[in-house]
Design a binder for this molecule. Sequence first.
Ligand SMILES: NC(=O)c1ccc[n+]([C@@H]2O[C@H](COP(=O)([O-])OP(=O)(O)OC[C@H]3O[C@@H](n4cnc5c(N)ncnc54)[C@H](OP(=O)(O)O)[C@@H]3O)[C@@H](O)[C@H]2O)c1
Length: 244
Amino acid sequence: MELKERVALVTGAGKRVGRAIALALAARGAALAIHYRSSRSEAESAVQQIIAAGGRAAAFAANLERVADIEQMVAQILERFGRIDVLVNSASVFYRKPLEELTEADWDINLDTNLKAPFFLAKAAGLAMRRQGAGKIVNIGDWAGIRPYNNYLPYTVSKSGLIGLTRALAKALAPEVQVNCVALGPVMPPEDYDAEEIERLRRATLTRTLGTPEDVARAVLYLCEGADFTTGATLMVDGGRLLN
Ligand SMILES: NC(=O)c1ccc[n+]([C@@H]2O[C@H](COP(=O)([O-])OP(=O)(O)OC[C@H]3O[C@@H](n4cnc5c(N)ncnc54)[C@H](OP(=O)(O)O)[C@@H]3O)[C@@H](O)[C@H]2O)c1
């Protein structure tokens, strides 16, 4: 699918990996809906960066824990841009907590943000894509959705679910919409990780490197532009971490 003149929504696009994906889609000619929750100034600066480069973009706020917010945001995007062709579900919560300390609230925030929200975003945006006759949805997963991390139980379950959701949506939205997942290894460690932790992440990959947000963006571009015959798939962008 050619991205020029298309409209793409990227969640969590104010900073980090989501921002890199949004800028890469914009560089290919898509108009960008930059979603954020609390990173308003970062989202506005991404919009300005795209406009300065000659593109089209606008920022949209939503708390993805609330389905009503999700539906309202997709309606606002359709009103503003008239269509939606690409959805990238990148926003997520990620924090460490041992089993003994996990509460119902931990379970809910992880599953609501990382799995329920991608479903309701894909439902609202995917039905619009189907009406238009074509579309691409890319879910940003984690190798830990296949082999769980220690001490991140609800997160890893949400990312396992995202792989299942990708396959189920690929069937439900066929033949118009292709739905795929990109399962990441370490590309941008949390900001509070120290040098020793980052070095451990690096050595645990087969490539002995961290990935970059641009590695992720290239995989998303491939799934949107060059993979019309691929749907329901999970593409590993993990430096071989899963195999190590
Ligand atoms: N970074 C990595 O190395 C890595 C590794 C494996 C997998 N991944 C996956 O790649 C994706 C991007 O990673 P990242 O590190 O860039 O993510 P991140 O910085 O942890 O989070 C991205 C954004 O998610 C948004 N978000 C969180 N809860 C939200 C809510 N309730 N409503 C709306 N937005 C919410 C936040 O937006 P605001 O700041 O606007 O509030 C945040 O900036 C995630 O799906 C992650 O699981 C990343």
